[in-house]
Ligand binder design. Structure first.
Ligand code: ASP
Ligand code: MG
Length: 436
């Protein structure tokens, strides 16, 4: 059984929603995961912020605005009056719920209920549309089986246990529709898998049902081998290993939610990235195997801050790095790149919320230097020890660019360099023309 996920733009207009049936084959047993209509989750975030700030008038204006969009949406989605009425009921229910929150004490619990309405709306409207055109389908409530634990980590075994009986209830049905992004947390409250989380839902369901394949349908033809906005002549990568995809999804390639690689990898479920606008294009296949000894892709991540701690105490000492890392841990700030010498260590972060506190605490160890506006450029491929010459080719391509850090050997799949953001475009172009 396959899992197909369609993103916000793929359901972004009534026309696009109707076109999903060009891709979905209703005769094949499958689970279809839908995102919210594009823009909706952003609007819901604003509504929640207005409520949190106690600005009820603003919240109600935002709700009215969004409701108008949906009223227009269903006018175009449905043809028959009785289905239009059913669509209206769906909208009234969800927008009524949003408005009624004005009468309640507003906490993050209510905020998450708001965020869940986008996917509930898109899936229910699509389900009613399928009824109108006579395509049988089943609406599976994601809140009945998508689950996270105390640490916010999805619990695949729970999902497997709860989704199987739901599917078994409908042995003769083929098409199952469900919500991306939303779940219940360990308290049973409505929660979500964070922004962009519908990909993650698809991969988690894929793992839970041991799916034969997960398909992520977006509006580009797969993961490209460089940033198409910056470099001319980029190409979709036809095949990536899970490790390569994880590196790329994290570094800039916005097409796939980075965490969604791991459930698929654990249960060896192939993931295909495909283009709704060009359904016959091959896209990108992510699977356990890979084409060895090849440079696959170049990606970049901006807004990086480099921190160098210089300390003679580091010389021949043990425990020094642990103390440095503990500072970042205390401020829940992830480190991306690390390089060390005998008397200094450099790390990069992208979340600078606590940079002031971190710097103050690091100053106890030695002198601290901060460089802002840095970019990590990451070259992904198979750099296992049997292959050789790739690092030299990468460095040769950027020999005219000042490098702040180089990281190689952390995994066999990437070489990362840190450059000034001002040098990013030249770095990407030069690597592209020399490596591909
Ligand atoms: N609707 C959610 C978001 O906009 C989840 C998703 O689209 O993947 O973040
Ligand atoms: Mg997305």
């Amino acid at each position: 059984m396959k899992v197909l996920k369609f993103g916000g733009t793929s359901v972004g207009s009534p026309e696009r929603m109707k076109k999903l049936l060009d891709i979905i084959n209703p005769a094949e047993r499958q689970i279809v995961v839908l995102s919210a209509v594009s823009g909706t989750t952003n609007n819901l975030v604003e509504i929640g912020q207005a409520y949190l700030a106690g600005e009820k008038v603003k919240a109600s204006a935002l709700i009215a605005n969004l409701k108008t969009k949906y009223e227009k949406f269903i006018q175009e989605l449905f043809a028959k009056p009785e289905y239009l009425d059913a669509g209206k009921e769906v909208i009234d229910y969800h927008f009524g719920l949003l408005s009624n929150l004005a009468n309640e004490e507003f906490t993050t619990i209510e905020d998450k209920i708001i965020l869940a309405q986008g996917e509930l709306l898109s899936t229910t409207l699509y389900y009613v549309y399928l009824q109108e055109i006579g395509v049988p389908s089943v609406l599976l409530p994601a809140l009945d089986f998508m689950k996270t634990d105390e640490d916010g980590e999805p619990v695949i075994d729970y999902m497997a246990e709860h989704i199987a009986p739901l599917l078994d209830q409908y042995p003769d049905n083929k098409l199952f529709i469900t919500q991306g992004y939303i779940c219940r947390n360990s308290f049973g409250e409505i929660d979500n898998l964070r922004r962009g989380g519908s990909d993650y839902t698809a991969s988690l369901i894929g793992a839970a049902i041991r799916s034969e394949e997960v398909q992520i349908w977006t509006d580009i033809d797969g993961m490209h081998n460089n940033d198409p906005r910056i470099v001319k002549g980029t190409k979709p990568i036809s095949h990536l290993s899970f490790d390569e995809a994880a590196e790329l999804a994290y570094f800039g390639a916005k097409i796939l939610h980075p965490q969604s690689v791991f459930p698929a990898q654990k249960y060896k479920i192939p993931v295909r990235l495909l283009n709704t606008m060009e359904p016959s294009a091959p896209g990108t296949l992510i699977s356990a195997s890979s084409d060895r000894s090849e440079i696959k892709s170049i990606a970049a991540k901006d807004n990086i801050t480099a921190i160098k701690i210089h300390s003679s105490r580091m010389l021949l000492a043990y425990g020094f790095l642990r103390r440095v890392f503990e500072v970042f841990e205390r401020y829940k700030t992830p480190i991306d790149m690390i390089t060390t010498s005998e008397v200094a260590v450099s790390v990069t972060i992208d979340d600078t919320t606590f940079l002031g506190d971190i710097t103050r605490e690091l100053n106890v160890f030695g002198s601290v230097e901060i460089d802002v506006n840095q970019t990590i450029v990451c070259v992904v491929g198979d750099f296992s020890s049997e292959t050789h010459g790739y690092a030299a080719r990468v460095l040769e391509a950027v020999k005219h660019i000042p490098l702040r850090m180089i990281s190689y050997g952390g995994s066999s799949y990437n070489i990362s360099i840190l450059v000034k953001t001002a040098d990013k475009v030249e770095t990407l172009r030069s690597l592209h023309s020399r490596l591909f």
